[in-house]
Design a protein around this ligand. Structure first.
Ligand SMILES: CC(C)(COP(=O)(O)OP(=O)(O)OC[C@H]1O[C@@H](n2cnc3c(N)ncnc32)[C@H](O)[C@@H]1OP(=O)(O)O)[C@@H](O)C(=O)NCCC(=O)NCCS
Length: 208
């Protein structure tokens, strides 16, 4: 297994990463059966990072050594944004408009899982918190089951941490579902700690 920069200009690889996102998108479990539109999750949690912060996108590749049954390609990824507020502003200009055209508000039955994602595309949340200056970066990490539990999550995160440190970024945060107990244990084991937030669960890590 190798960790390498994502090939963000390779449509085959990008498709594969969207698939990894879907297959880990139900609190760490496979979300394929939950959504009618299989790319929506990736459009929200992956695509903008590949497009706008390509130098912070890394993948775990088995180097052609094996096949997990879903075809060749990376088994996982980490993506990040170095400055969350700037990233959100850039998404507003460069990422969401095309998706809003492609996915009108009434595209899916109200309240359905796809509808909830489409609502996020039309009204994405923004991050504002007193700790944002100290923890400005954020990330998403996902590994297919075949690649979990062997130190690969740690390797991906440490690769991103190094890239952010090299950039002088003082810290990072991430949001995680309370239901994803395994991921929370993983993040806390790597030193991330809870940050105050009015809703949900946000963990942070100083990088200096
Ligand atoms: C969460 C995830 C990224 C973790 O990656 P992983 O490869 O399974 O974890 P690793 O094997 O790299 O674990 C690294 C360290 O954390 C520890 N660890 C992992 N899970 C843990 C847990 N639940 N509780 C305590 N420690 C844990 C490991 O023992 C290991 O310790 P060591 O390096 O000191 O020996 C991965 O399981 C995954 O992608 N899950 C599905 C998608 C997901 O939930 N993504 C996160 C969404 S917020």
């Amino acid at each position: 297994m190798v960790v390498r920069p994502a090939r963000t200009d390779d449509p085959h690889e990008v498709r594969r990463l969207y698939d990894v996102c879907l297959r880990t998108g139900a609190d760490g479990e496979d979300a394929t059966a939950r959504y009618r539109a299989p790319r929506l999750l990736g459009e929200i949690y992956l695509g903008a990072y590949l497009a706008l912060e390509p130098d912070l996108a890394f993948v775990l590749d088995d180097d052609g050594a094996g096949d997990d049954g879903a075809g060749d390609g990376p088994l996982g990824y980490v993506v990040g944004a170095r400055d969350t507020a700037a990233f959100e502003a850039r998404c507003e200009r460069e990422w969401w408009p095309a998706l809003r055209e492609r996915h009108p508000r009434d595209a899916f039955p109200a309240g359905s899982p796809d509808d909830l994602l489409v609502r996020m595309i039309h009204a994405p949340g923004t991050t504002s918190a007193p700790w944002l200056d100290d923890y400005p970066a954020h990330l998403h990490v996902d590994l297919l089951p075949a690649a979990q539990g062997g130190g690969n999550g740690r390797r991906l995160l440490e690769t991103l941490f190094d890239a952010l440190r090299a950039d002088g970024v003082p810290g990072l945060h991430l949001g995680v579902s309370e239901a994803n107990v395994r991921a929370i244990g993983f993040y806390e084991h790597l030193g991330l700690r809870r940050l105050p937030t009015p809703e949900g669960l946000v963990l942070g890590l100083p990088l200096r």
